[in-house]
Ligand binder design. Structure first.
Ligand SMILES: [Fe+2]
Ligand SMILES: [Fe+2]
Ligand SMILES: [Fe+2]
Ligand SMILES: [Fe+2]
Length: 403
């Protein structure tokens, strides 16, 4: 399949910025702006096209480890949490580095995420100093600090003077003179500041990110999407294996139905990504031990809608998007987010919907223990009797996974 890595990255950046929605109630475009500024600096520094592309990928992914920290922060401080407090934890770099281990970068970029908060003078989390800090970490660091300490959403010109003073004021302490020079050169045009605004940041990224369309086999695309299933799963202690296990079970069922190989991989990809919209749902809801109120349910129900919004931009992902984002639709029209009717829900969407419930029941939740196959079977049969799930698929699943 011709796979456009740009398109995929931008889709992912949309999902990763959901993390901020969880924290701040709005999508702040933090990673996108960091990516844009990093890209412009990388060009100024004369990096190769491949290195520039990796810089953008890493900048988009730089805070991917932040989502699972939300929980701990909140528990500790009981405040609403902010990007700044999350960013000032050492762990989000470690977790972020771990999550992206299998991402197909074009150059060697080990430890860039791990060290994206190091200070040039060695006073950062890990005490790495000067040019021992990977160059791309240094680039992301300055973009990150600028983004966090200013408001570039609307009136970026108002912030310009302050930002330039901030950057210059941290020469040789936070940032190297070389990176500062690259930043100042990049920031020397009005377009730089315009491109950063909320209104334009998406199109700016699309326009400037070097294009890498690759003819990737589906198994390889499946591998890339596993990186994101990991990010989503690690958000909550209760879902550590949810998407990855769903993917394994989906593959098993697809093979049981003798689906062609390409379709098996597409179903696995849909399973890997089905809950990506959950990055926008607060852990205080996902991990809540008590009964959820109506509003909290509404907030949870956003997630499969957001999965669709995030995946629908990716060409070649049309079916994947459909299967992934229909996983909470029910045949009796009582599902969400669209309340689709049976006739609107295709076979693979039905399959993922049934498997998603089965998988969830077999996992522990804050309000209950993990269930056995038999107890889960009863619940699935009850849902069939209510007209919610496909009867044949449920009985096939129960047969295949009976133990
Ligand atoms: Fe960070
Ligand atoms: Fe950041
Ligand atoms: Fe879900
Ligand atoms: Fe799920």
């Amino acid at each position: 399949m011709i796979f456009n890595l740009n398109e995929f990255l931008i889709a992912v950046s949309f999902a990763l910025d959901f993390v901020e929605m969880d924290l701040l109630g709005v999508v702040s475009n933090h990673s996108k702006r960091v990516a844009y500024m990093s890209l412009k600096m990388a060009e100024q520094l004369g990096l190769s096209k491949e290195e520039v592309f990796d810089t953008v990928s890493l900048a988009i992914l730089h805070d991917n480890g932040a989502s699972e920290k939300v929980l701990h922060e909140r528990v500790k401080s009981k405040d609403k949490g902010s990007l700044l407090t999350i960013e000032s934890t050492r762990e989000h770099g470690i977790l972020g580095e771990r999550n992206i281990k299998n991402y197909p970068f074009l150059t060697s970029v080990e430890n860039v995420i791990r060290y994206h908060h190091e200070n040039y003078d060695g006073s950062g989390f890990f005490g790495i100093k000067g040019e021992d800090i990977p160059l791309i970490s240094q680039i992301i660091k300055i973009a990150d600090m600028v983004e966090l300490n200013s408001n570039l959403k609307e009136n970026c010109f108002d912030e310009k003077k302050k930002i330039i003073a901030f950057v210059k004021g941290h020469e040789n302490t936070m940032f190297s003179p070389r990176i500062i020079a690259a930043f100042l050169k990049a920031a020397n045009t009005p377009s730089f500041w315009m491109d950063l605004k909320d209104d334009f940041i998406n199109s700016s990224l699309k326009k400037y990110v070097p294009s890498f369309s690759k003819d990737l086999p589906l198994p390889e695309i499946q591998n890339i999407t596993r990186v994101f299933s990991r990010i989503v799963d690690s958000k909550s202690q209760y879902t550590q294996v949810h998407s990855s296990e769903l993917s394994v079970k989906a593959a098993r069922m697809a093979e049981y139905y003798r689906k062609p190989e390409d379709e098996v991989y597409k179903i696995m990809i849909a399973a890997n990504l089905h809950d990506i919209g959950k990055l926008a749902v607060s852990n205080s809801i996902l991990d809540k031990p008590d009964k959820l109120d109506d509003r909290e349910f509404d907030l949870i129900k956003q997630h499969s809608y957001l999965t669709r919004v995030s995946l629908q931009e990716i060409k070649g992902f049309e079916e994947i998007t459909e299967w992934a984002s229909n996983h909470h639709e029910k045949l009796n029209g009582r599902g969400y987010p669209y309340g689709k009717q049976a006739g609107e829900i295709d076979f693979n969407s039905r399959l993922l919907a049934c498997l998603d419930i089965y998988q969830a029941l077999m996992e522990e939740r804050p309000y209950r223990e993990a269930m056995t196959h038999n107890v889960a079977s009863e619940i699935l049969r009850k849902l069939v009797s209510e007209g919610a799930l496909d009867e044949n698929i449920v009985s096939d699943i129960l047969k295949v996974f009976a133990r």
